[in-house]
Design a protein around this ligand. Sequence first.
Ligand code: NI
Length: 397
Amino acid sequence: MALDPKTLLCEAKALQEELVTLRRDLHAHPELGSCEVRTTSLIKKYLEELGIEVRPCTETGVLGILYGGKPGKTIGLRADIDALPIQEETGLPFASKNAGVMHACGHDLHTASLMGAAKILSAHRDALCGNVKFFFQPDEEGNGGAERMVRAGCLQDPDVDAVFGGHSSTGRIAGHYGLKYGKTYAASNPFTILIRGQGCHGAYPGSGIDSIAVACQVVTALQTLVSRRIFATDSAVVTVGSFHAGTAGNIIAGEAELKGIIRTLGPEMREKMCRMVKETAEGVAAAMGASAEVQIRTSYPGVVNEDGFTALVQQAMAELVGKEGIELETVPNMGTEDFGYFMDGIPGCYCSFGFGDGRNECRFPAHGPYFRANEAGLAYAAALHANVAVRYLNGGR
Ligand code: NI
């Protein structure tokens, strides 16, 4: 029973030391989004030595393909590989050697874990019914490297039938997994609203249209969308984070520019919220004799875990760590994650891997200079990637 989940976990644990070495190497040499040159060459070399086909996919992304010994479906496993513009302050012996750049979101952990899964699965390729694609994705923090990989064709040839990935969490202990059904991460839509009034002398407002007064009303009206236009059980955030207008205290400003972001859960709320922001800004401006030019961009699509595939992931987790090792979440995250691009018409699941220690060392938040993780989580993350792939491709085994 080479593909038994317990065996996979044992094999992952046997790799633990190697995964720690890989992770520390990545951690010491972090690279920002779209600059992951060293990282990428390390991954490529590792996959090639395992006999996994490597295809370039975007400038700094890596696509690995493992062909199973028997025909079947294809699953995609994803890890993001980029770091953040933060000066590391942990004082760890393997701290970042690149000034001002740090793996402060655990993407080094994700990368090393998926490399480990590639090693485990490649040793069992003959028994696999189908194929495994490894998505080592650049630029998650910045400009949606996932979208670029999808556009570059990572989901085709062979076509991917399901995608899996996860994020490290130091809030749960190593050996535990977090999972949520359904809406998991928010979609985001950045917007710009240009209010056009008519500038004039500050003493004679009647001869112009005050774009600042109009923009204030627009901001106020936008703040009622979440409180008054959607149900309390639905989730959305509309933030106006930038407001610029005017040049002097005695001039009525002819134009005002607002910038913000809409975050929503699920495609229906996304469509509704974007439409209401546009209608509200245009309507309020028109009512006050001005005009509003509303531009809403489409950014990260959100993550909605598909029920059937998520149930399979839950089962794969339970096989490794038992029911007590699974933390089922009920509250979605209004943050964003570009994993959703891979779920383009195919089922997917994005979970969380425990990398905490239950004590104080790993208490520092991600995206901060003191971020630390419990590396004991590496083997568990690698084992889960492998077991999800095996369970999906080989069914009940
Ligand atoms: Ni992250």
